[in-house]
Write a protein that binds this ligand. Structure first.
Ligand code: ADP
Ligand code: MG
Length: 560
């Protein structure tokens, strides 16, 4: 047979492996959850492909994951009969980190091992985590529908080999040569416990193969043993699912290592049936602001995995959601393209959006917990303000803002409840940094009168404020658009007196403006007297109906 090729890991993999191997988790056993999770994904993918190419699973349609212990050789093997990998797959999947957000992740690695470990915890290293316990890993695999099998091997030292190999059945077999001191993973009892803890929700059986050695006297002959419940978690009744099980399922579907911030498990019955098990992640994923705005909820039809990037399932402004949706009312042989305009899917989407928003509303009652959610996903949710007209008011009520009133977050309802006498509009100021905005001369007049101003610092804010326009009967206005409003609002008493005393005669102001106009010439469109200033003599302001200064800066930064 051909000799295997010697290849190098992508530099990123080597860096991550270094951290993984040297310092990683206190819970080393999570490597097994990663390998079982991959095996289950591989079976899901083949089951989908076999919908249109049934010959791929002929003769072996019962998907499963097998664990095999060899005490003499000190190896643990994780085997699946899933889709398998060919040479190119092996190099692409087990030589690089293709996951979106890798670049961002690496940039954040600080070199301080404590901080890095918690960061890796969030990012997840999947397959590579097996190098925590193994000094050498061999992957023997054959892709469904192909004749040639391949072996990948590495000691986790920056290099790996790939070469042709023999394997009669499709699927993947991963053999871990355990490091010194890791013998606990050769104990059936230990594996039983790990699988129960982390992988019970896996929908296919995880089977511990019977020990190869003959039974001792008086013992029964060993038999294969299924370690997990082996039914899809979302199909089980809520009352039978523990918090821990939900959490582990989240780790599996979301490839996330944090805890979910919110869990939503619902069964819709009626005209259209579906089950959804959805999560709001506890931390912000790295790829939230990629231009594709991809959804991450997996679609199943009658427990058969269809796709994990179904565009129509949730709107882009809910793309932070993770989890699964399963419906028997979609055709099994539906192609990913056909899903785009499917009316059943549209109804499921409407139902899900309604439930998610109403759950968020409930969770918003706990201000502190909601602030965590808002910090991570508020900027995404606000996209719904101009993308989902039907839900605009509901989303607006879920929005929270920094304001000139203090450091906490306020809802529009709260701000509207604090309007001053004579104040009709809700005012905002946009910029990059709330602290800097607090000092802006643009709001001196507002602060002096005690008028609350929203401090908007997400790039998206410029877009929704202009499209939303009003909250209840209150116009939402930029402070620059306040015009003569300020004089109509009754501020705090002290300020009223001051205002009277400082009023300058009209003709003097007109003269001063004339001088300034001549001096500035083309550089400005207009020079105006303003009620907005208190301490500062002048400030730059945008045209009443032109683009705001902040938006102009944003567009400039993006070369628009
Ligand atoms: P992730 O699962 O998050 O994609 P992993 O590091 O766990 O990351 O796995 C990397 C990739 O390797 C997977 O996306 C998959 O394409 C491939 N892979 C891993 N294990 C298997 C397996 N048992 N069968 C087929 N492909 C696999
Ligand atoms: Mg994985």
């Amino acid at each position: 047979p051909e000799a295997p090729e010697d290849l190098r890991f992508e530099a990123e993999v080597t860096r991550i492996l270094d951290i993984v191997v040297n310092a990683l988790y206190s819970e080393k056993e999570i490597f097994l959850r990663e390998l079982i999770s991959n095996a289950s994904d591989a079976c899901d993918r083949l089951r989908y492909q076999a919908l249109t190419e049934p010959h791929l699973t002929e003769g072996d349609a019962d998907f499963r994951v097998e664990l095999e212990i060899d005490k003499a050789a000190r190896t643990l093997t994780v085997r699946d009969n899933g889709i398998g990998m060919n040479r190119d797959d092996l190099i692409a999947n087990l030589g690089t980190i293709a996951r979106s957000g890798t670049g961002e992740f690496l940039k954040r690695l600080s070199g301080d091992s404590k901080a890095d470990i918690s960061l890796i915890g969030q990012f997840g290293v999947g397959f590579y985590s097996a190098f925590m316990v193994a000094g050498r890993i061999e992957v023997l695999t054959r892709k469904a529908g192909e004749d040639q099998a391949w072996q990948w091997a590495s000691q986790g030292d920056g290099r790996f080999t790939v070469g042709p190999a023999g394997k009669p059945a499709r699927g993947t077999e991963i053999t871990l040569h355990l490091k010194e001191g890791e013998d606990e993973f050769l104990e059936a009892q230990r594996l039983r416990h790990i699988v129960k803890t982390y992988s019970d929700h896996i929908a296919i059986p995880v089977v511990l193969k019977a020990a190869a050695e003959p039974p001792r006297e008086g013992e029964d002959a060993p038999t294969d043993e299924t370690l997990n419940t082996a039914s899809a978690l979302w199909t089980r009744p809520k009352s039978e699912i523990t918090e821990e099980q939900y959490k582990e399922f989240y780790h599996h579907v979301a490839h996330g290592f944090d805890d979910p911030w919110h869990t939503l498990h619902l069964k819709a019955e009626g005209a259209i049936e579906y089950t959804a098990l959805l999560f709001v992640p506890g931390t912000k994923p790295f790829d939230l602001f990629q231009p594709e705005r991809k959804p991450h909820v997996k679609l199943y039809v009658n427990r058969v995995f269809i796709t994990d990037d179904c565009e129509g399932l949730l709107p882009p402004y809910l793309r932070f959601m993770r989890g699964v949706v399963d419906s028997p009312d979609l055709p099994l042989n539906i192609s990913r393209e056909m899903l785009q305009n499917n009316p059943v899917l549209a109804k499921i989407r409407t139902g899900l959006v309604g439930r998610i928003l109403s759950d968020l509303k409930k969770r918003a009652e706990d201000k502190e917990a909601y602030a965590t959610f808002w910090a991570a996903f508020g900027a995404v949710l606000k996209e719904g303000l101009y993308e989902d007209f039907a839900k605009r008011d509901e989303i607006l009520d879920l929005c929270r803002f920094r304001t000139t009133n203090g450091s906490g977050l306020a809802s529009l309802a709260e701000v509207a409840g604090r309007l001053k006498e004579g104040q009709k509009a809700i005012y905002y100021l946009t910029g990059d940094d709330p602290e800097a905005l607090m000092q802006s001369p643009q709001i001196e007049g507002f602060k002096a009168k005690g008028i609350e101003v929203l401090l908007l610092t997400d790039p998206i804010d410029e877009f929704w404020v202009s499209s939303v326009g009003t909250y209840k009967e209150h116009p939402i206005k930029s402070v620059a658009q306040a015009g003569k409003d300020l004089s109509e609002i009754k501020g705090e008493a002290a300020d009223e007196a001051e205002e009277k005393a400082e009023e300058a005669p009209e003709d003097k102001i007109a003269g001063l403006i004339g001088v300034m106009k001549t001096a500035l010439g083309e550089a400005v469109k207009e020079v105006r007297a303003s009620e907005r200033l208190r301490e500062s003599p002048v400030c730059l302001s945008s045209d009443m109906d032109g683009m705001s200064l902040h938006l102009q800066r944003l567009l400039k930064a993006h070369n628009a």
